[in-house]
Write a protein that binds this ligand. Structure first.
Ligand code: M6R
Length: 366
């Protein structure tokens, strides 16, 4: 049932070109500009005219929500707030009649997310679900929703569900932006085509596996690890750190790279591995300076860069190349080597990759 892989997690990581494709199958046909989301038909107008969107989720799904915040704000010009479901539900949040609340959940059973949705509903919000498990509690409680169709995810560490969530959220944002007219037709078309090319780019990113494994061997005994990113890659840094923490029990933190000088830079010395997501995007020059700041303090830098980058490899200790894409779609590609890195480190540390200590696949208690 693991399809020849040693663990479910590895199988699920390698399934991503297919699970992303399954996610847009029948919904996206780029060459005729088609993007059909049957799951948000009735509330499509409400979404298009929304004054604000609130996203509620936990863990990795919350990270997908952070990427979605940047996407919705850039594409649709709708203000977005992303909330931990557990915080939202207990702080009498301000929700107005007709506000849109999007709940993101792989399992569809996360107690805090479910309770946040019920609360939002009771205050008159329109609640949309982005869920992987068909027929789950969250999918039943939402007014409408879009399934991620990533297939069953068994490993406790979420991998293919994350990239499928990003795919669905991007499709929703593109649909809204197109209806709203906040994205020009030509740009919209080029995004559809780029989205369709993501499975092939993920396939290529998976080819870094052997190289990532060698890097993992060098860092497996680290006690701490820092992950840095900016813009769309900031949530990727958080997600990379979460993956390492939960399956290898190495303390890791994700940070927006510019925040480093406000505290975490004090941690950097020759013992500190720093994973920097430094793909070529609008914050490239800034992240290059952040890398210099880390190197000046003798940190060990592992950089995720775009194919063909000729500057960063000369500055850092290790580079991992991934194919380039639009800034907004980069998280789907850049997250792949980070999933592999945490996987290999966990295996080398003899950790129980698929069922890490103290964790459950779905957190049905608050
Ligand atoms: O099923 P959900 O997406 O609602 O689960 C949310 C979190 O419990 C989940 O993402 C958790 O953080 C994972 N173990 C992360 O890999």
């Amino acid at each position: 049932e693991k399809g020849g892989f040693e663990h479910f997690m590895l199988k699920e990581i390698f399934e991503q070109p297919k699970s992303i494709k399954d996610c847009f199958r029948g919904r996206l046909i780029a060459n005729n500009g088609q993007l059909v989301l049957g799951g948000i038909r009735e509330y499509a107008n409400a979404l298009t005219n929304a004054e604000r969107i609130v996203i509620v989720a936990c863990g990795t799904s919350w990270h997908a929500g952070l990427v979605a915040e940047y996407i919705f704000e850039e594409f649709c010009r709708i203000p977005v707030e992303v909330e931990y479901a557990s915080e939202f539900r207990y702080r009498n949040p301000i929700i107005r009649e007709g506000d849109i609340v999007i709940a993101i959940s792989q399992s569809g059973e996360t107690a805090d997310t479910l309770a946040a949705m019920e609360l939002a509903k009771s205050k008159g919000a329109i609640v949309l679900g982005v869920c992987n498990v068909v027929g789950s509690s969250i999918s039943r409680v939402s007014h409408e929703g879009v399934y991620t169709h990533a297939g069953p995810e068994i490993g406790v560490a979420s991998t293919k569900a994350f990239t499928a969530q990003l795919t669905v959220l991007t499709m929703i944002a593109l649909r809204v932006a197109h209806r709203k007219g906040t994205m020009a037709e030509q740009r919209y078309r080029s995004f559809l085509a780029e989205l369709e090319s993501i499975p092939a780019k993920v396939e290529k990113a998976l080819k870094t596996d052997d190289q990532v494994k060698k890097i993992a061997a060098l860092f497996k005994d680290s006690r701490n690890c820092l992950y840095l990113g900016r813009g769309y890659n900031f949530p990727v840094a958080l997600e990379g750190a979460l993956k390492l923490k939960e399956i290898s029990y190495i303390h890791a933190e994700g940070y927006p790279a510019a925040e480093m000088k406000h505290g975490p830079i004090a941690l950097i010395d020759e013992e500190m591995p720093v994973v920097v997501i430094a793909t070529r995007d609008s914050s490239y020059d800034k992240i290059v300076s952040n890398i210099q700041e880390v190197k000046a303090r003798k940190g060990k830098v592992i950089a995720i860069v775009s194919e063909g980058d000729s500057l960063i490899p000369g500055m850092v200790d290790h580079t991992i190349e991934v194919p380039g894409t639009h800034d907004a779609l980069m998280p789907m590609v850049a997250t792949i080597p980070l999933q592999l890195l945490s996987y290999h480190i966990a295996v080398m540390r003899n950790c129980n990759v698929d069922q890490p200590r103290n964790l459950a696949k779905s957190v049905t208690v608050e």
